[in-house]
Ligand binder design. Structure first.
Ligand SMILES: [Zn+2]
Length: 105
């Protein structure tokens, strides 16, 4: 299963590359066929910010509500890792690729 490159319309982007292409503000992944750069679109941006937001809130809540190190681990570290993993998996399989807007350095 591959994703369609927004530049040449060929199915060239693997899920792994898509997940690593990043969001709209990153420089994106190169299409192996045309060399164009693509990033994950708006849907991914929204889902990724919501998931990171939830993780952030849990970390803050944990800071005020839990005292032991075990509780800190369970309610602060795990949500952050879970949010990162979920974002990665979501970017890997869902959402559209769009041309990268950021200029290449
Ligand atoms: Zn292409």
């Amino acid at each position: 299963m591959k994703f369609t490159c927004p530049h040449c319309g060929e199915k060239t982007i693997s899920p792994w590359h898509k997940a690593r292409a990043g969001g709209m503000s990153s420089s994106g992944a190169h299409c192996p066929s045309c060399g164009g750069r693509c990033v994950n679109g708006k849907l991914n941006l929204i889902v990724n910010s919501v998931l990171s937001g939830i993780a952030c809130i849990m970390v803050f809540a944990t800071y005020f509500l839990h005292q032991t190190k075990m509780q800190l681990l369970l309610f602060a570290v795990i949500p952050m890792i879970a949010a990162w993993v979920l974002n990665f998996v979501f970017n890997m399989f869902f959402g559209e690729l769009i041309p990268a807007m950021k200029r290449e350095r």
